[in-house]
Design a binder for this molecule. Structure first.
Ligand code: NCD
Ligand code: ZN
Length: 353
């Protein structure tokens, strides 16, 4: 039995860290484990310009604990709207800090009201992204209320993604947090310009947990957890070694009060144990040796950024996830609160064999 693995320090290619005191509360969990993270722009108001992304970048660096200052780099994104101009893409690309533009179909998820109402309105901007080679990051769910919530991702592929890829064959696209067998098949068959992130919670859980003994708001996220066959397809993709699939936690903190609510927010907080949760999922299928490429190589390669050169060690060590974390005067309930995990991450200055 393997009791310790050392891997190149991973990156989180999809992360929500919020702003202000909430940002200060959650950022250290990610910065302790990951060298870089793609920071989602769905603030209120959303990060729609390069100037806003630069300001957000500065706020993130300002709350990074001193010990982590040189160890962590936030990679910024712009929030695509119907009105995003092609000139903004040039500014973003040349800023050196913006690594992608996020497409939220309007109304699809938390703080997406300002999102895109009709992708056709963005064609000129998408063309600029294709020209300047700035990746499009996609929340792949339709918002049509007639579509069953469990089918929204599949219908998005057919209605939006397939035509988009045909129109912009050289636009790099990250299909974020894929949750279905259909999405895995689409990405596998698509060109090398198309990749996908997979969350730890979609690797570990199927939709049954949503209703285990009652309704469980802390398992509610978007895209919603799917049935077991889909979870298995995600695990197969993650451990396949296929460079199109890489780590993106979609850790999305909301206060306990906003989760345990008659209209609870979507989002699962996983940053407290992100790499440990992935290690758990990979070990369950005997594929721990596949973790490093998924967590530390494939994303950097797709984003055309250098691979990291520091390390992290995961030790087989039991610890219990706290019941809650502090969240700007409120409580934050993490995934697997009060539950024992078998892996614990620590810094590794050098690779040990
Ligand atoms: C995210 C959030 O809370 O910002 N929620 C979620 O369930 N994943 C938004 C998102 O990525 O869809
Ligand atoms: Zn997200």
């Amino acid at each position: 039995m393997v009791n310790s693995i050392t891997i190149i320090r991973p990156d989180d290619w999809h992360l929500h860290v919020r702003d202000g005191e909430q940002l200060r509360a959650v950022l250290p969990y990610t910065a302790k484990q990951f060298a870089r993270a793609i920071i989602m722009p769905n603030l209120k108001p959303p990060v729609v310009t390069t100037a806003m992304a630069l300001a957000y970048h500065a706020r993130i660096l300002a709350v990074l604990p001193a010990a982590l200052k040189s160890a962590f780099e936030p990679l910024m994104t712009l929030y695509l709207t119907d009105n995003t101009q092609p000139e903004e893409i040039f500014r973003a690309k040349t800023s050196g800090i913006v690594q992608g533009v996020k497409l939220y179909p309007a109304g699809a998820t938390t703080n997406s009201d300002a999102g895109v109402t009709d992708i056709a309105k963005c064609y000129a901007t998408l063309e600029a992204m294709e020209t300047h080679d700035l990746p499009l990051l996609v929340h792949g769910e339709v918002t049509d209320p007639a579509i069953d919530v469990f089918d929204k991702e599949k219908v998005f592929i057919d209605r939006v993604l397939v035509p988009l890829v045909q129109r912009f064959p050289h636009l790099r696209i990250v299909f974020e947090h894929v949750t279905t067998r259909d999405a895995v098949a689409f990405v596998k068959e698509a060109s090398s310009f198309i990749a996908a992130t997979i969350t730890a919670h979609h690797l570990l859980l199927n939709r049954n947990v949503l209703f285990q003994g009652g309704i469980r708001p802390h398992y509610f996220c978007l895209p919603i957890l799917k049935r077991e066959t889909h979870r298995q397809a995600l695990v197969e993709a993650a451990i396949s070694g296929n460079p199109k699939f890489f780590l993106g936690t979609d850790s999305a903190p909301h206060s306990q009060a906003n989760k345990e609510n008659a209209c609870g927010c979507a989002g699962i907080f996983t940053a407290h144990a992100a790499i440990e949760l992935y290690a758990t999922a990979f070990e369950q299928v005997g594929a721990l040796e596949k973790l490093e490429a998924f967590a530390s190589f494939h994303g950097a390669d797709f984003y055309q950024l250098p691979r990291n050169n520091s390390y992290i060690t995961l030790n087989r060590e039991k610890w219990t996830v706290p019941e809650q974390y502090e969240f700007s005067g409120e409580k934050l309930i993490p995934l697997y609160a009060n539950t024992e995990l078998n892996w614990k991450a620590v810094d590794a200055p050098v690779k040990m064999h």
